[in-house]
Design a protein around this ligand. Structure first.
Ligand code: G1P
Ligand code: MG
Length: 216
């Protein structure tokens, strides 16, 4: 029996994954590195600085910038990304999310956010769902990012359940690997790329119910 839900944000609650891609692609272009959607899969669930390092490594430019320059590049991407977020509204929740969260609340099932993004609180506010979550793990406090299970273990702790009592939702392979390594039941939210190791794959949260998942 499961007792709580742990959600990734980008690509699970809302489709901000596309804005991350746009902003990273623009920045990469500017420094002469061409990235595509396939490469972008490797950035999903990965922290801002680690995402930049992966792009630089991909373009053989790992040593081309100082730490200060890299920080400025990451900041530039984030400014562009935050601009793209300005028009987010509750209409940008992915199908079934609002209903699922309402249902969880009605049944007193705690929900937490486990996102590598430092913009998570801002996005949840824009979407009008900040009150649906009992906890948001602060990624700045983590020692390791996804696929390490740390963020998922911390999310379960924050809602007073064990990882074995949690269902985790992810759209990225690194996140799914982290959920499984934490010992949770893993729901993969399919976004066009193949996902491995999920206990269940759904296209949208409309495909499953709170009651059904609590039985897992
Ligand atoms: C960060 C990264 C981004 C990654 C995202 C995962 O978000 O920049 O590449 O896909 O986490 O959710 P940020 O803290 O910059 O919002
Ligand atoms: Mg995601």
């Amino acid at each position: 029996m499961k007792k709580g839900f742990v959600f990734d944000l980008d690509g699970v609650i809302t489709d901000t994954a596309k804005f991350h891609y746009l902003a990273w692609k623009d920045l990469a272009d500017e420094i002469g590195i061409e990235i595509d959607l396939k490469f972008n899969e490797q950035l999903k669930g990965i922290s801002r600085m680690d995402s930049l390092e992966r792009i630089l490594a991909y373009g053989n430019k790992s040593d081309a910038f100082t730490t200060e320059q890299k920080e400025a590049l990451a900041e530039k991407k984030n400014t562009h990304y935050v601009e793209l977020l300005q028009d987010l509204t509750p209409d940008d929740l992915l199908p079934g999310v609002q209903e699922f969260l309402n249902d969880a609340k009605a049944q007193n099932v705690p929900c937490a956010i486990a996102s590598a993004s430092k913009n998570a609180p801002f996005i949840l506010e824009k979407l009008g769902v900040q009150d649906a979550f009992d906890a948001i793990v602060d990624p700045a406090t983590l020692t390791k990012g996804k696929p390490d299970p740390e963020i998922f273990v911390r999310a379960a702790e924050a809602i007073n359940i064990t990882p074995a009592e949690a269902v985790g939702f992810e759209d990225a392979q690194a996140g799914l690997d982290g959920i499984k390594a934490a010992g949770m039941y893993a729901v993969g939210v399919y976004s066009g790329e193949e996902l491995h190791g999920a206990d269940l794959i759904v296209h949208h949260l409309t495909d499953i119910s709170v009651a059904e998942l609590l039985q897992k």
